[in-house]
Design a protein around this ligand. Structure first.
Ligand SMILES: *Cc1c(COP(=O)(O)O)cnc(C)c1O
Length: 396
């Protein structure tokens, strides 16, 4: 049977809304349209009930209490709230933040802002496999350090940082530990207690919920954490994030969390098998390199550099049939090689030839086999045109 084209293998960028999530959301647009902050009538109560249920569902997925969930417009806003909010609240204690070179731009750009505000930021390097050496974190902590901000799993490579080792170090030094867990939540077990997390950002649209909704987990005891609001006006979300709540989005986010909680175990196994099939299929080409640790990695993603091939030409060669993302920041006019791959010590050349394949809930085995075949043909075709491949690669 022919597969339906185009094939979507860019689930780390965004995921489709699961039909079960959409079904939960629909009544909250026109029928149950109340403002969750309206305390005086049933319209408000019904909306507030939906929000409360979603708060419980989101909390349950990450081992938190419902009162520790602050709903936001997504992970970018949650990242901003965590970093800027801690910087403001704990200014008397210090102004130093430690983060990592491979963070998402939502954290890196926020840290640049902190530097402009008079803060000091240390950007920890990573090893060739993308992992942070915990000893480097410990060495970077000073008596002015107020926050460690290290992502749970990387969006480009899927590399999972050693959360417990890192949060232990932060805790021993009395420093708050924040993680951007947008790529991890719903895909692997995440538990804020066991992982020692004080603040954590995640987002609905990376886990089959709608775009424009996310959350910041803010620990309420041992220790009680406070963040200064970055959006003022009305004191919603315990004063940490004002604004009328996106009730349909939040209801969908809650359902998305519940489904992930139920299906995570089986789904992560299924996806790891498909991912490994794709990876080993493409490694057959020779001169193909996996970017990042294959041991500490999310189950659904592989980031591969294709030697003797330009990533842009490869993506163009795949035509409109396969949706993947490149190792370059295509947001800019002149494609910069990925800051993540550069931080891992990859050459510009290999960074430029990198493709990220991210599978998802609706990926099938037939699609994977089609992708192996199509990508292999495209790489072979491009290499046939490369003098360098003729000279050395073909015999390596
Ligand atoms: C997608 C992503 C974000 C941004 O999330 P939005 O909800 O789209 O703002 C932040 N961090 C990571 C790691 C991501 O993958």
């Amino acid at each position: 049977m022919a597969v339906r084209l185009p094939i979507y293998l860019d689930n780390n960028a965004t995921t489709p809304v699961d039909p079960r999530v959409l079904e939960v959301m629909l009544p909250y647009f026109a029928e149950k349209f109340g403002n969750a902050a309206s305390r005086t009538h049933a319209f408000g109560w019904v909306a507030e009930e939906a929000v409360q249920q979603a708060r419980e569902q989101a909390a349950r997925l990450i081992g938190a209490e419902p009162g520790e969930i602050v709903f936001t417009s997504g992970a970018t806003e949650a990242d901003n709230l965590a970093v800027k909010g801690v910087f403001e609240t704990y200014a008397a204690k210090g102004n130093h933040i430690i983060t990592c070179a491979t963070e998402h731009k939502a954290v890196l750009d926020t840290c640049r802002h902190i530097e402009r505000m008079g803060g000091a930021v240390t950007y920890l390097p990573v090893q060739a496999d993308g992992l942070i050496d915990p000893g480097k974190l410990e060495a970077a902590i000073t008596d002015r350090t107020i926050l460690v901000a290290v992502m749970y799993a990387n969006n480009e490579t899927g590399v999972i940082q050693p959360m417990r080792a890192l949060s232990d170090i932060a805790r021993r030094h009395g420093v708050l530990f924040f993680t951007d867990a947008t790529q991890a939540v719903g895909k692997i077990p995440v538990d804020v207690q066991a992982d020692g997390i004080d603040l954590m950002a995640f987002s609905a649209h990376k886990m089959y919920g709608p775009k424009g909704v996310g959350a910041l987990y803010v620990r309420r005891k041992n220790p009680r954490v406070k963040v200064t609001a970055q959006v003022d006006g009305g004191g919603h979300e315990r004063g940490m994030r004002s604004g009328t709540l996106n009730v349909p989005g939040i209801a969908g986010f809650g359902k998305a969390c519940a489904i992930c909680g139920e299906e995570l175990e089986g789904e992560s196994k299924r996806l790891a098998i498909l991912r490994d099939r794709l990876e080993s299929g493409l490694l057959q080409l020779g001169a193909v390199f996996v970017n990042g640790s294959t041991e500490h990695r999310l189950p659904q993603v592989t980031n591969l550099s294709f030697g003797y091939v330009d990533g842009g030409a490869l993506i163009a060669g795949l035509g409109r049939d396969i949706a993947v993302s490149s190792g370059s920041a295509c947001t800019s006019a002149s494609p910069e090689p990925s800051h993540v791959l550069r931080a891992m010590g990859r050459s510009d050349e290999l960074a430029h030839s990198a493709l990220r394949f991210s599978l998802g809930r609706f990926t099938t085995e037939e699609e994977i086999d089609y992708v192996i075949k199509t990508v292999s043909e495209a790489v072979t075709r491009l290499r046939a045109l490369s003098p360098l491949w003729q000279k050395e690669g073909a015999f390596s």
